[in-house]
Design a protein around this ligand. Structure first.
Ligand code: FMN
Length: 425
């Protein structure tokens, strides 16, 4: 097996190679959450880049609970204009021969205050981050939970009808489904909380409803945390049990990631509270890819093909992962700057991708990804994200991407843009 080998998923879809453009929220929607010209331009660039699988960023099933003001939203009856936008979006993502999946999501309590003055979650447990960006959520009622499952199914059906090859249910990174899985956040005492079976019910029921909505021959993928990396959170032991549940449902692709806004391990970063060390095995620390240690155990157990995302930068590490049984390698940040990187890796033109995140700094000295001052570390983390967001917007506007930016200026410009989008959309 090599990076260039084709992969046939259980549903029959054929992915031309083992590299994927990972899901990255675009913040490019037009008012109303509609996919417009800019999103089409960005995905045309990624499609020409050679990845065999393309995942969209979060597309929201409920406009009230977006994770960013300018997310694409797919809910209810689509206007002719919105539908046309989705069709053009899907066509752009598929224009290079890749399989294109729409990532569908509900942000839960991680919906910013500018979008959701009162977000929702399994229980009224607030996101623990300074700055007041996230308001305290209220607990969903059982009736509302049933409604959310219906929304996921409706959104999925709309997206495959618009031309996407399938969907990925976002059950990772601390968004709603991940919140239900997490016992620190899910304090419910009804059938949706408590035992792992109950905490996983929202995910399992959503998988069933989405499968019924899209049919057996479309791709149904799930993005799942290996762990939340927090004391009392969703553990790797929990993850393995959820893997069994998903295996029994018959999904097509399981993507392994980890962390949440409070503990951003998906980016290789630590949050404000200490990372739960017993959950970060030596094998994970030692490897370039953040979650390979976990993924190897998932692969040993699951019949579902496994995708792993987070930290892959060298062709050697990607090839080794495929040798170990990883079906698809997800790549995120490097593709914000060089959308053609997959093509270059597959043609052996390059050996490694630029690891921007390891060298981007707001300023010298105390600022940096490993600063011991929590606030500096947080500012650096946010500014580094703004660097990637701005580059996606540049791609969408047909401008060349930038390898260097004034990070503090970029962070301020990004925050201003988000505030404008919150008013505009
Ligand atoms: C700008 C940006 C936006 C992201 N948005 C999403 C998203 O919408 N959904 C998601 O599942 N992950 C999202 N992620 C996480 C990536 O999918 C991926 O897990 C992470 O970047 C680690 O992969 P990498 O080391 O190759 O960048 C985002 C990451 C970045 C950098």
């Amino acid at each position: 097996m090599t990076l260039s080998s084709e992969l046939t998923l259980p549903c029959g879809a054929r992915i031309p190679n083992r590299l994927a453009k990972a899901a990255m929220t675009e913040g490019l929607a037009e008012p109303g959450g509609i996919a417009g010209e800019r999103i089409v331009r960005a995905y045309t660039a990624w499609a020409q880049g050679g990845a065999g699988l393309i995942l969209t960023g979060n597309m929201m099933v409920d406009r009230r609970y977006r994770e960013r003001p300018a997310n694409v939203v797919v809910e209810g009856e689509q206007s002719a204009n919105a539908l046309k936008g989705l069709e053009r979006f899907a066509a752009a993502a598929k224009s290079g021969g890749a399989v294109a999946l729409a990532q569908i999501s509900h942000a839960g309590r991680q919906s910013p205050r500018s979008v959701a003055p009162e977000p929702v979650g399994p229980s009224a447990v607030a996101v623990k981050l300074p700055g007041g960006l996230y308001a305290k959520p209220r607990a969903l009622t059982a009736g509302e939970i049933a409604g959310i499952i219906g929304r996921f199914a409706h959104t999925a059906r709309t997206l495959v009808e618009a031309g996407f090859d399938g969907v990925q249910i976002h059950a990772a990174h601390g968004y709603l489904i991940s919140e239900f899985l997490n016992p620190r956040v899910n304090r419910r005492e009804d059938e949706w909380g408590g035992s792992l079976e109950n905490r996983a019910r929202l995910l399992v029921e959503t998988v069933r409803a989405v499968r019924a909505a899209i049919g057996a021959d479309r791709v149904l993928a799930v993005k799942l945390n290996s762990s939340d990396f927090q004391k009392g959170g969703f553990s790797f032991e929990d993850c393995l049990q959820v893997v069994d549940l998903l295996d029994a449902e018959g999904i097509d692709l399981l993507e392994i990631s980890g962390g949440s806004y409070e503990q951003p391990r998906m980016m290789g970063l630590d949050g404000l509270e200490p990372v739960l060390e017993e959950n970060v095995r030596a094998s994970t620390r030692a490897r370039e890819a953040y979650f390979m240690g976990y993924a190897a155990q998932v692969i040993a157990r699951a019949k579902t093909p496994v995708m792993v995302t987070g930290g892959f930068r060298t062709r050697a590490a990607m090839e080794a992962a495929v040798e170990e049984g990883v079906a698809v390698i997800g790549i995120g940040r490097p593709l914000c700057v060089d959308p053609d990187a997959p093509k270059k890796l597959l043609a052996s033109e390059i050996e490694a991708l630029d690891a921007f995140e390891t060298r981007l700094r707001v300023g010298p000295g105390i600022f940096g990804p490993h600063s011991r001052l929590a606030v500096m570390k947080a500012v650096n983390g946010l500014a580094t994200m703004a660097f990637f967001y701005r580059n996606i917007i540049r791609m969408a506007e047909g401008k060349p991407t930038l390898r260097e930016m004034n990070l503090l200026g970029t962070l301020i410009a990004h925050q201003r843009q988000e505030a404008q989008d919150a008013k505009r959309i």
